[in-house]
Ligand binder design. Structure first.
Ligand code: NDP
Ligand code: 8X3
Length: 251
């Protein structure tokens, strides 16, 4: 019997690439995001109604998340894998100039959205004693950088939430993994710079960043290892990226 993966943020980037990777392996898919048209296109590409169910969903909406996940059609209702991928960065300015609205949007999406989706799906996984929650964190959750302020802090939440979930789930067969990618070329920078394409392109200029397919390959691998194995986290960067020295200001 084919398994079912629920992917948030499936309308572009990592989420869409992961949907393609799981579809290739015969999984059924529940795809969620705000942009319905992109989800419908992906559904057609990946096998139509019998293989894919689309939900137009804003993960910040607690009631909408619980209502949508509680009313999945029977053939998609038993979720084997939840990929908490929906997320975003907004802005790259210093904290004292950043927009509080942007900060709230990141907290509501990257933190609360992950909480709402996980809390809605987890009871079924525990009851079936089967399932895997894969969260998309970031290197920004471990390594600070100027302008990372609330974005990085939100991904630090995802990292520790992932570990704490696994602590709670000890004794069950439900697995939890945090994937922590570095710079990857998706719509991420276009969103971060609010549609300023020039700024977004500059992020990747002269580099060979990670691609959505690279993350999808890792996510599919993490899901495919023997059931006794829980991969706690995977930190992954392009070879064009590495850490720098600690900064020192000299007056
Ligand atoms: P994209 O912008 O390409 O994809 C983000 C996805 O999240 C879209 O499908 C978007 O769909 C969805 N999304 C955003 N806000 C909401 C919301 N409120 N409700 C539902 N869906 C939402 O970027 P990536 O693929 O790069 O990002 C995916 C994840 O990877 C994010 O969590 C990001 O923080 C993380 N990440 C990205 C890195 C990178 O360098 N690209 C590196 C490390 C982590 P829609 O707009 O249709 O709602
Ligand atoms: C996205 C990677 O380095 O832009 O999470 O924060 S980074």
């Amino acid at each position: 019997m084919s398994k079912t993966a629920l992917i948030t943020g499936a309308s572009s980037g990592f989420g869409a690439a992961c949907a393609r990777a799981f579809a290739d392996q015969g999984w059924k898919l529940v795809l969620a995001a705000r942009r319905r048209e992109a989800l419908e296109q992906l559904k057609e590409e990946l096998g139509g109604d019998s293989r894919v169910f689309c939900i137009t969903l804003d993960v910040r909406d607690r009631e909408a998340v619980s209502a949508a996940f509680a009313s999945l059609p029977a053939q998609f209702a038993d979720i084997d894998l939840l990929l908490n991928n929906a997320g975003l960065a907004l802005g790259l300015g210093p904290a004292h100039q950043a927009s509080l609205d942007d900060w709230e949007t990141m907290v509501d999406t990257n933190i609360k959205g992950v909480m709402y989706c996980t809390r809605a799906i987890l009871p079924g996984m525990v009851a079936r004693n089967r399932g895997h929650v894969i969260n998309i964190g970031s290197v920004a959750g471990s390594w600070p950088y100027p302008g990372g302020n609330v974005y990085g802090a939100s991904k630090a939440f995802v990292q520790q939430f992932s570990r704490n979930l696994r602590a709670d789930l000890l004794g069950t067969a439900v697995r939890v993994t945090n994937i922590e990618p570095g710079m990857a070329e998706t719509e991420f920078s276009k969103v971060r710079f609010k549609g300023e394409d020039e700024k977004a392109h500059r992020v990747y200029a002269g580099t060979e960043p990670l691609q959505g397919e690279d993350i999808a390959e890792i996510v599919a691998w993490v899901a495919s290892v023997p059931q006794r194995v829980n991969i706690n986290s995977v930190e992954v960067m392009s070879v064009c990226q590495a850490w720098g020295p600690l900064a020192v200001h000299r007056g």
